[in-house]
Ligand binder design. Structure first.
Ligand code: 5RP
Length: 226
């Protein structure tokens, strides 16, 4: 058996997600290197869909470059399906997301969607969330206050940098990456952190968890339904 590279596994699940796209409808599109494979595959059925609602400037640019119309989220009331990757996904479909700094728009599009299809290579599958540093989008003036609140929970928050300066998200905000946390009660944790003043979005996706995960494994695409 030939071993597939991580990139090939991403291509595999990106293509497999086409089976979940409903012809004649608008599809929700996430962000990241795995989703890029999905976007490339989606171009093959661009004449069968009405367009996409995108979760980032990067995905919007890629979709448009391939001739797929991108609609504003305010133009749609609901979507049947949202396809996105994850930094970690657990056996219940809860995820950590935000490695690509797009977590807030990702959660907004996920919340518009009836079904969240997560596409991931098997390195993302974990028994318990928390090894991946937890991304949190924050209003810059609240960053240190929020970092202290995480410290009180045993976590260490680092301001994410890009080219030596704080990374600025598509929403004009900053990202804290938090290590050392125990994320036991995922729903309660998500609610609690989202409630802190200055938090835009925490990267735990428990309320907007996956309904299906297409996992790229050495044996092919494994479908997990939650
Ligand atoms: C972006 C995300 C991505 O879905 C996550 O980081 C996975 O990305 P990749 O497919 O490149 O591994 O949450 O904010």
């Amino acid at each position: 058996m030939t071993t597939l590279t991580q990139d090939e596994l991403k291509t595999l699940v990106g293509r497999a997600a086409l089976d979940y796209v409903v012809p004649g409808e608008i599809v929700g599109v996430g962000t990241g290197s795995t989703v890029n494979k999905f976007i490339d595959a989606l171009a093959s059925m661009k004449d069968q869909i009405r367009g996409a609602v995108s979760s980032s400037v990067a995905s919007t640019e890629r979709l448009r470059a391939l001739g797929i119309p991108v609609l504003d989220a305010n133009e749609v009331q609901s979507l049947s399906v949202y396809v996105d990757g994850a930094d970690e996904i657990d056996p219940q479909g809860h995820m950590i997301k935000g490695g690509g700094a797009a977590l807030t728009r990702e959660k907004i599009v996920a919340a518009l969607s009836a079904r969240f299809v997560c596409i991931a290579d098997e390195s993302k599958w974990v028994p318990v969330l928390g090894a991946f540093p937890l991304p949190v989008e924050v209003i810059p003036m609240a960053a240190q206050q929020i970092a202290r609140q995480f410290a009180a929970m045993g976590g260490q928050a680092q301001l994410r940098l890009k080219d030596g300066v704080p990374l600025v998200t598509d929403n004009g905000q900053h990202i804290l990456d938090v290590t050392g946390l125990q994320i036991a009660g995922r729903l309660a944790f998500e609610r609690q952190v989202n409630n802190w003043p200055g938090v835009v979005t925490v990267g735990v996706f428990a309320h907007q968890k996956a309904d299906v995960c297409l996992l790229g494994t050495a044996a092919g695409v494994k479908t997990c339904v939650f």
